[in-house]
Design a protein around this ligand. Structure first.
Ligand SMILES: Nc1ncnc2c1ncn2[C@@H]1O[C@H](COP(=O)(O)OP(=O)(O)O)[C@@H](O)[C@H]1O
Ligand SMILES: [Mg+2]
Length: 238
């Protein structure tokens, strides 16, 4: 499915493990999710619209309490480690407008990095990420006035600028043209190859084929590792 990366991490630690997790709002949408992601690995979560991918990701990110089951981050219950663990977790929301709250793209991208690493280092990290994603011309603009694709790249930059151990990306390539999508993909791969654990929810099967190390399917509220056969069908592009 892809080359490089993983072999450079022979002693990979498990970053996130969810066991028997049920997640939802007025009632569980996700009834049983088991998933594990290690350092230097990308796990894709696929499933139909409304199947609960976003709900699951919010739960794995510690933003929604599970109805039952356990979410471990670096071997310990995630909820016991909040808010400190947030500096090691990056989340890109499906709708970037849900996460923007700064008046400039620069401040939006730098916000978490500055809190995690201090003003000087944090800003430097943010500018490096902005450069890598081609966002430098947008730094003084207001985030909510950008195009859909630009917003998504800014949301990605804001999620990763602090170099999280765990990166959670909800539909990261929606609205991106080919060039922007390639930049985002290369960037996500580089983070993975640097040791980050990445979870991506997506409809984009080409994205799954190109970068996922593990694939999970969410069907009828149950998250299961994709079978080899099902994965072959998903990845007819490869
Ligand atoms: N904030 C919310 N409150 C109540 N129900 C919600 C909320 N967000 C999503 N849902 C419902 O949960 C279900 C799963 O949604 P979601 O997790 O967004 O699925 P997906 O990301 O796979 O499209 C849907 O039926 C949706 O209507
Ligand atoms: Mg969704």
């Amino acid at each position: 499915m892809r080359g490089g990366g993983r072999s450079e991490w022979p002693m990979r630690r498990e970053v996130l493990r969810a066991s028997g997790v049920a997640a939802g709002y007025v009632e569980p949408v996700v009834k049983e999710a088991n998933i594990s992601v290690e350092e230097g690995e990308i796990a894709a979560v696929v499933g139909p619209t409304g199947s609960g991918k976003t709900t699951l990701l919010l739960t794995l990110a510690g933003l929604l309490r599970p109805w039952r089951g356990e979410v471990l981050f670096m071997g310990r219950p995630l909820w016991d480690q909040l808010p400190e663990a947030r500096r090691h977790i990056g989340v890109m929301f499906q709708n970037p407008d849900d996460m923007f709250f700064n008046s400039t793209v620069r401040d939006e991208i730098a916000y978490t990095a500055v809190r995690a690493h201090g003003p000087e280092k944090g800003l430097e990290m943010a500018l490096n990420v902005a450069e890598a994603l081609g966002l430098k011309p947008l730094l003084d603009k207001q985030p909510y006035k950008l195009s859909g694709g630009q917003k998504r790249l800014v949301a990605l930059a804001a999620a990763v600028a602090h170099m999280p151990k765990l990166l959670i990306l909800d539909e990261p390539t929606t609205y991106l043209d080919e060039g922007a999508s390639e930049r985002a993909l290369a960037f996500i791969r580089a983070l993975r190859d640097g040791g980050a654990a990445v979870i991506i929810a997506t409809h984009d099967l080409e994205l799954v084929c190109r970068i996922a190390d593990r694939v999970y399917e969410l069907r009828d509220g149950v998250l299961l590792p994709s079978s080899k056969r099902s994965r072959r069908n998903l990845c007819i592009c490869s």
